[in-house]
Design a protein around this ligand. Structure first.
Ligand code: PLP
Length: 376
């Protein structure tokens, strides 16, 4: 089965002979052991058929054996850190603000967290030294919110040579545009809240990989702490997933148009989008991604709050990857947990606006943005 067919079919197999083309939602929290032969289902914190259907589909999308889903992207991240963060974590410097908060929980456990610019080849060439043995390398690409590009094959090669494990938070690109495991990473993390579910109405997370030892460790941790998603949430994520390829193609096409329009606007000082030829990561993005994504960051020369209020189709809201277009100021929202001096040093300043492009008519979005940028 090719990718788009897997999106629709895997994990949706018929089980009960009714001919349902959509499997039933399994709501039971416990299972009658005597009704099973052989016994397989025990308690829903550990096993649930609706959840496992979604997991099969997510694993199939990256052509691997394992996926574990969680109650949110943060829950997936917490389990990944509990299993993989030993003495040291090396993290992309420009990551989702909540990832900074998650890393903050490691200090109490004596784990050293080092933020580095993994989008800079010179940094990548020197960061995996003797001390990287056993480290967890946490990569985001494109990064959030600056949309820097990390060369996944190069980071994975150097990290593995030093004895480190590589996890890629692939939430921004999503599995249609980028499959980190194909470039050598060990684990892909998703906030399925974003493009995977795609409709801005459910939270979820996932860890995808091909290692049996990790599968046992991730699911054992999840069962112990109980950060599982409920069956209805899994159903919603799986339903959204079926249209991911269609939505992604539409969003990427519109995002390219908006990036060009922003670049032409005198109200905009800088546009960051990996699809623009002048973006420093453009060549790497063209090599490792099947499209440049649906997020753009730009620096506005005017009053950012007023701009966000003037936008009508773009909701002034955090999150990304959904059917509805969103816009926001990362410095005052998603990246508030990042210390102010770090934000300033990275360039996450108050004039930076991030837009997430939805599936609306491209011309309506262009008109809305144009009107709001120029103050009407
Ligand atoms: N990773 C990235 C890149 C994100 O943007 C987010 C949320 O915005 C998360 C992880 C956390 O996901 P969730 O909100 O589902 O916990």
């Amino acid at each position: 089965m090719r990718f788009d067919t897997r999106l629709v079919h895997v994990g949706q197999e018929q089980q009960d002979g009714t001919g349902d083309v959509v499997p039933p939602l399994h709501l039971a929290s416990t299972y009658d052991r005597d009704a099973q032969d052989p016994p397989r289902w025990f308690y829903a914190r550990g096993e649930n058929p609706t959840r496992e259907g979604l997991e099969r589909c997510l694993a199939a999308l990256e052509d691997v054996r394992f996926a574990s889903v969680f109650s949110s992207g943060q829950a997936a991240g917490a389990t990944a850190l509990a299993v993989l963060a030993r003495r040291r974590v090396i993290v992309s410097d420009d990551v989702y603000g909540g990832t900074h908060s998650l890393m903050g929980t490691l200090a109490a456990q004596g784990v050293e967290v080092r933020y580095v610019d993994l989008a800079d080849p010179a940094v990548v060439a020197r960061v995996f030294d003797d001390r990287a043995e056993g480290a967890l390398v946490w990569v985001e690409t494109p990064t959030n919110p600056l949309l820097k590009i990390v060369d996944l094959a190069e980071v994975s090669r150097r990290a593995h040579a030093a004895g480190a494990v590589v996890l890629v938070d692939n939430t921004l690109a999503g599995p249609v545009l980028q499959q980190p495991l194909r470039h050598g990473a060990d684990v892909t993390l998703y906030s399925t809240t974003k493009s995977v579910a795609g409709h801005l109405d459910v939270l979820g997370g996932a860890l995808v990989h091909d290692r049996e030892d990790l599968h046992e460790a991730f699911t054992a941790h999840r069962t112990a702490v109980g950060n599982v998603p409920g069956p209805f949430d899994c159903f919603l994520v799986h339903r959204g997933l079926k249209t991911l390829a269609l939505r992604t193609r539409c969003q990427v096409a519109t995002t390219g148009l908006l990036a060009d329009a922003l670049r032409e606007s005198p109200a905009v000082a800088e546009v960051r989008y990996p699809g623009l030829p002048e973006h420093p990561g453009h060549a790497v993005a063209a090599r490792q991604m099947a499209g440049f994504g649906s997020l753009i960051s730009f620096r506005y020369r005017g009053d950012v709050d007023a701009l966000l209020r003037r936008l009508r189709l773009f909701a002034n809201a955090v999150s990304l990857g959904g059917v509805r277009s969103l816009a926001g100021c990362p410095a005052t929202t998603t990246h508030r947990p990042v210390p102010q001096e770090t934000r300033t040093a990275l360039g996450i300043t108050d004039d930076l606006v991030r837009v997430s492009v939805g599936i609306e008519d491209p011309q309506d979005l262009l008109d809305d943005l144009d009107r709001a940028l120029h103050g009407t």
